[in-house]
Design a protein around this ligand. Structure first.
Ligand SMILES: [Zn+2]
Length: 418
């Protein structure tokens, strides 16, 4: 690609901008920009419709309602539809396919579940105020759903079908780890030349970015078994699992590796139940983030050495790590896509940061560690912030640039590899 200067800068905890686009002289493709402008208001209508239906993960009635709308919209765009139930968490993954006249296969994907429970949309429905839109899931990730639908409509209006197969994937379970869709995502992604993922920007509030690197996630579990006994009558016969858990948590507080940017934070504890009984069992859960796959073994080994030191003899302590999303590591295919995106944003005289984030997304399932393809790029949804909170927002002035970016990128990718 074009030789952009790399301008690394740091801007906040756990977030580093890897590159920043240099200003480009290239003019925008006017017919694409016009189409993006025509779709600004319709996109916001689509977004309002989607946001006003609660579709928290596992809330099957709401997921089905959103799914029906997405299926209808994809059909109107000429897509063939398949549905795959998410057995683990409920709801269906929708796969839509558009056949083109070209050769390169491109996948567009994003989830349509949110973190918000039933009743949230009624409490605080979609609204716009001072240049921002608000509502449950407005950015994460219904904005991304809307960008995909309207980019497809723009391609149709522009009479563009230069791709081989354009595959659209809307999954219903991302917010709880995509347990019922990750295998399908991996399988479909393996057949693509490029995969574009439409999470909202995951940088600092309001900064326009794409994501090139995401950390992997593991779930840590610590289980302590002691012995129950009456706390008044015979405490000496008990083995206090809660005290042992406290001791172990303090010992296990330093499994991080700052050089490798590995973190492990203990976030949940449970133990005991009745005030006059020495507690028999106690447990904790932790959240581990990493880039280096070897960290799984390193942390497991160190933790097992550490827990051998007991406060209370005769207690049983078990540590285990479960694998969550893998990382999306730094890689040249993603970097090339990010640079292509920066060049497209440059045509609009806008800056686009390429960022690395601590959170995991489905982009990591699309990435195939041992293969050159597909090239995967994350965070092509709307620009916003405060995701998963009651003041989650998107910037209204990001709608046109994001439609232009997605549509233009699909057209470029259909014709050549960046
Ligand atoms: Zn999301």
């Amino acid at each position: 690609m074009n030789g952009f200067p790399f301008k690394p800068l740091l801007f906040g905890a756990g977030l580093a901008a890897l590159t920043s686009a240099a200003p480009l002289a290239a003019e925008p493709r006017q017919e694409i920009l016009d189409a993006a402008e025509r779709h600004e208001a319709p996109l916001l209508e689509t977004l309002e419709t989607l946001v006003n239906i609660d579709s928290g993960t596992t809330f099957e009635a709401g997921l089905a309602e959103v799914e029906a709308i997405l299926e209808e919209r994809l059909q109107e765009l000429g897509a063939e539809i398949e549905t795959h139930p998410s057995e683990e968490l409920g709801g269906n993954t929708l796969v839509g396919r558009l056949q083109g006249s070209g050769e390169r296969d491109i996948m567009l994907m994003i989830h349509y579940d949110t973190v918000f429970g039933e009743g949230t949309a009624a409490e605080r429905p979609f609204r716009t105020e001072e240049g921002r839109a608000y509502g449950p899931g407005v950015g994460d990730a219904k904005g991304g759903v809307a960008v995909i639908l309207h980019s497809l409509a723009m391609l149709e209006e522009l009479d563009f079908d230069g791709y081989g197969t354009l595959t659209v994937v809307f999954n219903p379970d991302e917010e709880q780890g995509s347990l019922g869709s990750r295998d399908l995502i991996q399988e479909l992604a393996g057949k693509q030349d490029a995969v574009l993922v439409f999470e909202p920007t995951l940088g600092v509030d309001g900064v326009s970015s794409v994501t090139t690197v995401t950390k992997g996630i593991n779930y840590a579990f610590l289980e302590v078994t002691g012995r129950a006994s009456h706390a008044g009558g015979a405490p000496e016969e008990g083995r206090n699992s809660v005290m042992e858990l406290a001791h172990q948590l303090l010992q296990l507080d330093d499994l991080d590796d700052p050089d490798k940017e590995t973190t492990l934070n203990w976030t949940v504890i449970e133990g005991g139940g009745t005030r006059n009984i020495i507690p028999e069992s106690a447990r904790a859960e932790g959240d581990m983030r990493y880039f280096d796959a070897d960290e799984y073994d390193r942390v497991t080994e160190e933790a097992n050495e550490i827990i051998a030191d007991r406060l209370i003899e005769d207690t049983d302590v078990e540590f285990r790590l479960e694998r969550g999303r893998p990382p999306l590591p730094e890689n040249p295919q993603t970097q090339a896509l990010a640079e292509a995106a920066q060049a497209i944003y440059g045509e609009l005289d806008l800056d686009l940061e390429a960022v690395e984030i601590g959170g995991g997304t489905d982009a990591a399932y699309a990435y195939q560690p041992d293969a050159e393809h597909p090239a995967v790029l994350e965070s092509l949804g709307l620009v916003g912030g405060r995701y998963h909170s009651s003041d989650e927002f998107v910037e209204l002035d990001s709608v046109v640039p994001r439609l232009y970016l997605a549509t233009r990128l699909i057209m470029d990718l259909a014709e050549e590899s960046p």
